[in-house]
Ligand binder design. Sequence first.
Ligand code: SF4
Length: 293
Amino acid sequence: MHDSITTAAERLFTQHERSFEQNRFVYPVLSRRSGGISLGVNLNPDKVCNFDCIYCQVDRVSTAETTFVDLPALLDELDHTLTLVTSGKLFEHPKFRDTPPALRRLNDIAFSGDGEPTTHVNFDEVVAKCAELKREHGLHDVKMVLITNASMFHRPHVVRGLATLDANQGEIWAKLEAGTDAYYQQVERTRIPFARVLENITAAAQVRPLVIQSLFMRIAGQAPPATEIAAFCDRLNEITAAGGKLKLVQIYTVARRPAESYVAPLTDAEVDAIAAEVHHRTGLDAAAFYGVS
Ligand code: SF4
C-alpha cells in the first residue's frame, strides 16, 4: 500500500474507506496536500503483498471480499467515478459535501491499494486502459501516480507499464526506507533482496525522475539510529552517482494503526531532523510529513 504522501499518503493520514458506494476497485479520496481529489485504484483486493512491512496499515485480519481484479468492472468504476468528479456530482455526496471549492478538482489517479500494484500480472494492460480512459475524459493534466515498493521494476510487464505512465503524466513513488540490509529486513520482512530494490530504483531513476518515499518509525521504542540514516543517505547518493534522478525524498512516519504493536510514530521534530539530514547529506529536496499527534 506504500501510501503516497499527497494522495495515497493522505489515505494514511485520514480515515477513509476503500470503497465508494458500491465500488470494489476505485475509491475517491480528498487529498488536502495535493489540493484535490485522488482516485485510488486498488490492484490488490486480495490483500496479498510481496513485502510484509512491520508498519503496514492494510487490515489483513478481516477477509477480503474481492480476491481478483475484474478489469472491465474496474474500468467501469473508473469511468463512472471520473464522471462523478468532473461533473461535480461527487460533491453532492455526504462524504464530499464539505469539500472547499478550491479542492473540487481531480488531481491524480493513484495505483496503490492493499498490496504491491506491480505484482498484478496485467499491470501494463491495466495502466494502459486507465490512461486511455483518462484521455477519453480529456483529463490530460491529471497525474497518474504509482505507489510501489520497486521490487518488480525489472519485470518486462512492469517496464512497459512504467513507460505508459511516463507518457501519461505519470509519477513513480518508490519505497526506500533503509540504508542497510539488516534494517531493510527488519522493516520490510521480505525474501526480495535489498540489492534488487536498489538496482531497480537506480535503473528506473535513470529513465525518469522518481519520488522516493521513506517511512521511518520507532521500533520497540527506538528511533532509527543515526548510522542507519547515514547509510540511507549513502544509498541515495549511490543512486544519483549512477545517473539516477530523484526529484523528491518524502520522509514520513506511521499515522494509523500498524501491523505490529511495537511500531510507533516518530515525533514531528524527529521527522524534521531526518528530512534535514537527508537534504544535508544528499543535496536532494526532502519533505517531511508527520504522524498523528
Ligand atoms: S509494501 Fe509494505 S506497506 Fe505496502 S502493502 Fe505491502 S506490506 Fe503493506
